[in-house]
Design a protein. Structure first.
Length: 494
């Protein structure tokens, strides 16, 4: 039988941004946490656990959760750091809600931040991607919690170094564009109004990094200040990681919120769900995400609602394809009047590493507090790899909080994964390209043209253009064309 007093709620939220001073990610997380706890002071002594979203883009010790707890004066609390992935904010909220509903947890603080702007201001030669790979494996660390990132990329992608999100996501976008019969340029124009709408939301958000409302032409038009990164995306369609932003939420039970005088500020956690895709090269349809569709349907089903019942929606938006796939999974149009974001999205609000969706959750809670209805959070980790969905409301969930069981869907998704081929397996011969992109250097010259292709025996390969052909490359899609792959690492020729 449901215990209404154990209904999980978000009782307090906080956000922080810094544009001038040099700060640390733990310092920013502390600012956001103090903003949350300052509005819910009676909850401070009820916190049992401090969870920090994995900080990957800016310098931090291996003990950010312990350091944050110390700054906040929270003693005798459990501390942990999440595994990596932009799905982890929603994943941790869903997990906390489930524990609270089961009577296993009283209250928890979930916080995160990145201080990449500060890192680069202090050292202009710093690189956030290099930093993410340079942790000291022997340093003391907080406990890690969450699904492993292992296996998110197959040996096929790793072999040709197809690992940068800014290159992988365009492969998905171009697979979708080809399916819809659009060229690179036509796809950019198609995406302009969608992402322009996101910029208008960011313009009204106090914690957004960019607060300029841009026209579709300003977002999609290629220019000196909006250079092409990888076809079809110019810079303004890419997540912007050079930010100093932090967020925090306090999750507790309705009973404790009432005892703390916070009942009127509560936002109820209705449901959660999660699923994961196979590695990129093994996915049957690179323009789709069965895992996201399954998680979305499961979260809505657990809440007993449909997409039309939602007043607010925030789809993950590191790149436009994440929005398109998220909208298709939810069954809403790209021009839905709800605008599909509460923050403005990662290209305009800012992309603070794995922490973006914690800002979305905090913003959604604030929107719901001054209005009514239901809200939806879609959080994504990796390269459309890991998906966590949450549904929130201003009233208690009629069915109580439900963490959806998506294991059957996951079994079907895993079973549908395609076999891959490596040079050692005889990955050579004719293949049909199913995804491609063009990678540009900063000066606008074509740097590379990776593809994913299917060999005639059905195995998938990832390959780069033969180096001898790079000088004669044209900005064209190879999707649907036959190529010949060979070598180690694999390269291809028309």
């Amino acid at each position: 039988m449901l215990d209404a007093e154990r209904t999980p709620v978000i009782a307090a939220v906080g956000q922080a941004i810094e544009r001038d001073e040099i700060v640390t990610p733990v310092g920013l997380a502390a600012r956001a946490s103090e903003a949350a706890l300052g509005a819910a002071e009676k909850l401070r002594d009820r916190i049992q656990r401090v969870s920090v979203i994995d900080i990957v883009f800016s310098p931090v010790s291996g003990r950010p959760a312990s350091e944050l707890a110390e700054r906040l004066g929270l003693s005798e609390v459990a501390t942990e750091v999440s595994t990596s992935g932009g799905n982890m904010p929603q994943y941790l909220v869903s997990r906390a809600a489930d524990e609270i509903a089961r009577g296993r947890l009283s209250a928890t603080l979930i916080a995160g931040a990145e201080a990449t702007r500060s890192m680069r201001a202090a050292d202009p030669h710093s690189d956030f991607l290099r930093h993410a790979r340079s942790r000291d494996p022997d340093a003391p660390t907080d406990t890690r919690y969450g699904p492993s990132v292992a296996g998110m990329m197959s040996p096929a992608e790793i072999a040709i170094k197809l690992v940068r999100p800014a290159v992988v996501y365009p492969l998905f976008e171009n697979a979708l564009a080809h399916r819809e019969g659009r060229s690179f340029e036509e796809q950019r124009a198609h995406l302009g109004p969608v992402m322009s709408s996101f910029s208008h939301v960011a313009a009204g958000h106090a914690y957004a990094w960019f607060r300029d409302a841009l026209s579709p032409e300003q977002v999609a038009g290629v220019s000196a200040d909006n250079r092409l990164i990888c076809e079809p995306y110019p810079k303004r369609m890419n997540a912007f990681p050079n930010v100093d932003q932090g967020a925090a939420v306090v999750v507790t039970s309705l009973a404790i919120a009432r005892e703390s005088g916070l009942e009127d500020a509560c936002v109820f956690v209705w449901s959660g769900a999660t699923n994961q895709e196979p590695p990129t090269t093994r996915r049957p349809a690179l323009w789709d995400s069965p895992a996201l569709r399954a998680a979305s349907a499961a979260a809505l089903g657990a809440a007993g609602i449909g997409a039309d019942d939602l007043a607010w929606i925030d789809l993950y938006s590191c790149f436009p394809i994440a929005v398109e796939v998220g909208a298709a999974a939810l069954g809403v149009a790209l021009d839905d009047p709800r605008r599909l974001t509460v923050t403005g999205g990662l290209p305009f609000f800012g992309g603070p590493g794995n922490d973006y969706s914690l800002h979305a959750i905090a913003t959604l809670a604030e929107r719901l507090r001054v209005g009514s209805g239901l809200g939806y959070i879609g959080a994504n980790g990796g390269v459309l790899s890991k998906h966590s969905i949450g549904v929130y409301g201003t009233a208690p969930p009629p069915r109580g909080f439900r963490l959806a069981d998506t294991s059957d869907a996951q079994t079907r998704i895993d079973a549908a994964a395609l076999p891959i081929a490596l040079p050692a397996d005889g990955a050579e011969g004719a293949a049909e390209v199913v995804a491609s992109t063009i990678v540009y250097d900063r000066d606008g010259t074509i740097e590379d043209a990776p593809v994913i292709a299917t060999l005639d025996d059905g195995r998938r390969v990832a390959a780069r253009i033969d180096p001898a052909l790079r000088g004669s490359l044209e900005a064209r899609s190879w999707i649907g064309e036959r190529v010949r792959v060979a070598g180690d690492p694999l390269t291809y020729r028309p």
